[in-house]
Design a protein around this ligand. Structure first.
Ligand code: ATP
Length: 240
């Protein structure tokens, strides 16, 4: 049997003396959407940072058979890991198109970059309309689309999304999650999505893990986690 696309084994990470991740182990199969749920401070953001090389880690991370733990963020990005951070990280004074082109920075294949710009505009037509406008002038939902679009310009194999719904109106969030589902299906990109809105995240995910104080306390298929609503509620403080 072939190895899972992403294998995380006994992963520890933290900031100086603050130990946040306390030995996480899980796998994600190629093309799956995996949700990481959990209350504030559980370590969800730290997990994404660990996967993209932004915090020091102990333990093993294998991506498509290659060990990536301890590598620099640029090296991990070159292996196809694109991270859309909480708060989006787009450059407000730059135009939409400039932001998208920045996402392709590690790539050398110019014709491919042009094709991918068209591909991103296909997913997010509003970004084509606003391509010459400053990113800072976009609505919150459009800025999140831009952040995801910029990540797609890397032609990622693994997309890490940190709280895409943060600060967005419910309808905008629904549209965004629908688009994330479409991108996953059409591009066969493996997605790891951290979300407070468990219901929305489970709606597009095949599997989910609930984190609490740096440990996985519940894992399963999205429907198993959904069915375990009582447990989820006790960890998340609300129903899914
Ligand atoms: P949230 O939804 O609130 O972002 P989270 O599950 O993503 O929560 P993390 O952001 O990973 O949680 O934070 C986990 C713990 O690590 C928290 O106790 C937080 O205070 C701490 N922490 C996060 N970033 C840093 C940092 N740069 N330096 C020190 N401690 C940090």
């Amino acid at each position: 049997m072939s190895e899972p696309f992403l294998t995380v084994t006994d992963l520890h990470a933290g900031y100086g003396a603050a130990r946040v991740l306390q030995g996480l182990s899980f796998t994600v199969d190629k093309g799956d959407v995996c949700a990481i749920l959990g209350p504030n401070g559980a370590g969800k953001t730290t997990l994404l940072r660990a996967l993209s090389g932004m915090v020091r880690t102990d333990g093993a991370i294998r991506l498509d058979g290659a060990a990536i733990a301890g590598r620099k963020p640029e090296a991990i990005a070159r292996r196809g890991v694109a991270h859309v951070p909480e708060g989006r990280g787009t450059f407000a004074p730059l135009t939409v198109e400039e932001n998208l082109r920045l996402g392709a920075y590690p790539r050398r294949d110019r014709p491919g970059v042009e094709a991918d710009l068209a591909r991103v505009f296909g997913f997010f037509p509003v970004l084509r309309e606003k391509r010459r406008e400053a990113a800072g002038a976009l609505s919150g939902g459009q800025q999140q689309m831009l952040a995801i679009g910029r990540a797609l310009m890397l032609r990622p194999r693994l997309l890490l999304l940190d709280e895409p719904s943060l600060g967005l109106a419910p309808l905008v969030t629904q549209e965004l999650f629908h688009l994330i589902g479409t991108i996953n299906e059409q591009e066969r990109i493996t997605v790891l999505v951290v979300e407070q809105n468990a219901h929305l995240a489970l709606g597009i995910s095949s599997h989910a893990h609930v984190l609490e104080a740096g440990r996985i306390v519940l894992s399963g298929t999205a429907s198993e986690v959904q069915a375990d609503a009582k447990v989820v509620q006790s960890y998340l403080g609300y129903r899914v």
